[in-house]
Design a binder for this molecule. Structure first.
Ligand code: C2E
Ligand code: MG
Ligand code: MG
Ligand code: MG
Length: 282
């Protein structure tokens, strides 16, 4: 019995080394199918102003796989980026968001902002803007209500390509937000040159704000710098009133997090927006 157990555990050890790899291969194969089988959909997390009015939502992708269950985007988006599937998924995201938003605009009888996460690969696709504009046109989506969320990692890529494209996008009335600010590659001197409308303060900073003086000071400084650059400051992952109050004192003007609402399926977003104080334009 013992030797059998040892043999088994050796086998388990060997297979564990491959397990992560195989799991990722399986996920990639399933993801390929998920695109055509309509297993991917969007949920929307409400966003609120410091004055207490909701004005929009962040679109977040969900995957409900019959084989794997709910796979979190933190897990499959990096795989999609690495495997080349991200372009297809990115295009699908823009289409799904436009369709959902138009449906909700009609039901609500008023527009609202929507933020779409754009991955580095997706942004660097030479046809990115062309495709997005095509979808906006096809679905008659208003540019003025759209924000694109990019991460600091985008700015490692060729700035000679990125900056003019960002300016072009912004000149059309689409807003740009810097997601997860403070977690990646960033320089404050570069921030000044970027055509950015909003900084999203990462949840990891928000988490510590009520208990760690050094971290609170740092966020206060980030907010001050952002304000001086005429940017909106949005705190993400706000879970308590205390966090919200501190951030408000520092001058943060937009919030998002479980304290206000979890991400909601579009039907629930409709009810949420109908029930709560809402502002059409900031
Ligand atoms: P992110 O863009 O920074 O999105 C915020 C994440 O924090 C979301 O996780 C959201 O559900 C979660 N969150 C919001 N408020 C709270 C809170 O109060 N407490 C806690 N614990 N979590 C909160 P999610 O939806 O799992 O997405 C994770 C990441 O996956 C996103 O981070 C984004 O980087 C990526 N992602 C999600 N959807 C998309 C998409 O449509 N396109 C792209 N390119 N990436 C996406
Ligand atoms: Mg985001
Ligand atoms: Mg974020
Ligand atoms: Mg984050």
């Amino acid at each position: 019995y013992e030797s059998k157990k040892i043999k088994n555990s050796a086998h388990i050890f060997a297979s564990e080394m491959q397990e992560g790899f195989l799991k990722n291969i399986t996920i990639e194969q399933e993801l390929r199918k998920a695109i055509s089988n309509h297993e991917l959909f969007m949920v929307y997390q409400p966003q609120i102003t410091a004055e207490g009015f909701y004005y929009g939502a962040e679109a977040l992708i969900r995957w409900n796989s019959p084989l794997l269950g709910n796979v979190p985007p933190d897990h499959f988006i990096p795989l999609a980026e690495a495997s080349g599937l991200m372009l297809k998924i990115g295009r699908l995201i823009v289409e799904m968001v436009c369709n959902d938003v138009n449906e909700l605009h009609q039901k609500l009888q008023h527009p609202f902002h929507v933020s779409i996460n754009i991955s580095v690969r997706q942004f660097m696709d030479p046809h990115f803007l062309e495709h997005m504009l095509h979808v906006f046109k096809k679905t008659q989506t208003q540019y003025l209500n759209i924000t694109l969320e990019v991460t600091e990692n985008l700015f490692i890529e060729d700035l000679h390509y990125i900056l003019p494209l960002l300016h072009q996008i912004r000149d059309m009335g689409i807003e740009i937000s810097m997601d997860d600010f403070g977690t990646g590659y960033s320089s404050l001197s570069m921030l000044r040159q970027l055509p950015i409308n909003e900084l999203k303060i990462d949840k990891s900073f928000v988490d510590t704000i009520a208990h760690d003086v050094a971290s609170a000071k740092m966020i206060q400084n980030i907010i001050t710098i952002g304000k001086n650059l005429n940017m909106h400051l949005l705190a993400e992952g706000v879970e308590t009133k205390e966090q919200k109050d501190i951030l408000t004192t520092f001058g943060c003007d937009r919030f998002q997090g479980y304290y206000f609402s979890k991400p909601l399926p579009k039907e629930e977003l409709f009810h949420f927006f109908s029930k709560h104080p809402f502002t059409c334009k900031e």
